[in-house]
Design a protein around this ligand. Structure first.
Ligand SMILES: Nc1ncnc2c1ncn2[C@@H]1O[C@H](COP(=O)(O)OP(=O)(O)OP(=O)(O)O)[C@@H](O)[C@H]1O
Ligand SMILES: [Mg+2]
Length: 375
């Protein structure tokens, strides 16, 4: 199943666009400010219900308009129509096959969307929440109870933190800790399992992208999971520290993936372009995991693919992207000349025709298809 058609209304500079897409490679060119990222944002909105750029939907709705709309048609074994409308107040209307849905998250089950933007290097240089979100995206698709459990966990965490500020002994907290610890352990198990799956794809792809490095990927639970003490015991032992901070310092909300090489962290040692390639490898590993491991179609949006990458790295990235099956790719760049020649993708005899490349050009928010399947 892939996104066959998309219709966009009132997303930033794009007042209206209707395009038919390629199931594989869609390349969007255009000058700065023309609306390339806005088009990716529209696809993401359809897949996830919100923007990847800004959580405030009002900034995404075109100036002087009341609401935005994205409509899409998925084709494959089944044909499915998806629609989302969001207005200035933040409220939404989601329709799947013309039926209203109660939750924004109903969209996310259909087509996982992975997005790589120039800001994605936060996955390496930013706080643990970025790497948790990365891991949780896969876990969400593997374990269907995951997001419900995570919401419950977060609610108890909030109550526990509030109680920490007022309580006078651990006893008052202990009633909460039974469920809190059980949920933390359940979330941790799911994450740990998924991490191992992702890691094997990641080692493989990173070996191609950055063969000079041996990156160590280590999952951290959010507490000492190698200790003989159970998590609930650790919570009790940590009570004084938590009380001092007024905050729970151990738990599934603290988990992380540590990325290190021999001498230190990846962030301290890798160049910008190398960091970008590792971020790309992490997303491609996820696409492989979803498409091969779970037999799920997914989309990858890559904003400004050529930026900071030399020709060799672009070749490697495009070469690995072209090997992915069941993955629909959307990428932007300023111009065709800024991107390596697709016909020269290393080790691949595939022509643009076999890659099913569609080219789109955006000018002042107007999207047009320029050439298709030319080799
Ligand atoms: N709510 C809005 N209404 C109308 N226009 C907007 C709105 N928000 C942003 N814009 C404009 O949309 C334009 C397109 O932005 P977009 O980020 O999609 O461009 P781009 O083609 O990705 O450019 P770049 O190559 O610089 O990344 C910008 O010039 C911006 O001023
Ligand atoms: Mg852009």
């Amino acid at each position: 199943m892939y996104l066959d058609q998309i219709q966009v209304q009132n997303i930033r500079v794009i007042s209206s666009a209707k395009i038919k897409l390629s199931p594989r490679f869609n390349i969007i060119t255009g000058l700065n400010g023309s609306g390339k990222t806005s088009l990716l944002e529209s696809i993401y909105l359809l897949g996830v219900g919100r923007s990847f750029r800004n959580h405030q939907i009002k900034t995404v709705i075109s100036n002087e308009q009341q609401k935005l709309t994205v409509f899409g048609k998925l084709s494959g074994q089944r044909n499915i129509t998806l629609g989302i409308e969001r207005d200035l107040s933040g409220s939404y209307r989601v329709r799947i096959n013309n039926e209203d849905q109660n939750r924004l998250s109903s969209l996310a089950k259909y087509l996982p969307v992975l997005v790589i933007t120039p800001e994605s290097n936060k996955l390496i240089s930013g706080g643990p929440q970025h790497r948790r979100q990365y891991l949780d995206l896969s876990v969400f698709h593997v374990k269907h109870q995951f997001s419900e459990r995570w919401q419950r966990y977060s609610k108890i965490l909030k109550q526990r933190n509030a109680l920490l500020k007022s309580c006078s002994s651990y006893k008052e907290l202990s009633v909460w800790d039974v469920e809190f610890a059980a949920l933390a352990v359940e979330l941790d198990e799911a994450r740990k399992e998924e991490f191992l799956q992702l890691k094997s794809h990641l080692e493989d792809i990173q070996g191609i992208f950055l063969p000079q490095y041996r990156v160590q990927y280590t999952y951290y639970s959010g507490w000492d999971s190698s200790s003989t003490q159970s998590f609930i015991q650790q919570l009790e032992n940590n009570y004084q520290t938590d009380k001092r901070y007024g905050y729970t310092n151990l738990g599934a909300h603290k988990s992380d993936i540590k990325l290190t090489v021999n001498k230190g962290t990846v962030q301290d040692i890798f160049s910008r372009g190398e960091q970008k390639m590792l971020v790309n490898a992490m997303h491609l590993a996820q696409a492989r995991r979803l498409s091969l491991g779970l037999d799920k179609n997914c989309m990858i949006l890559i904003d400004d693919l050529p930026s900071e990458l030399d020709e060799d790295k672009q070749h490697k990235l495009l070469g690995e992207l072209s090997k992915l099956t069941k993955v629909q790719i959307f990428m932007t760049c300023i111009s065709k000349e800024g991107l390596v020649d697709l016909n020269s993708i290393a080790n691949l005899e595939q022509t643009q025709k076999e890659l099913e490349v569609k080219w789109f050009h955006v000018k002042h928010g107007v999207v047009s298809e320029t050439e298709t399947n030319k080799d």
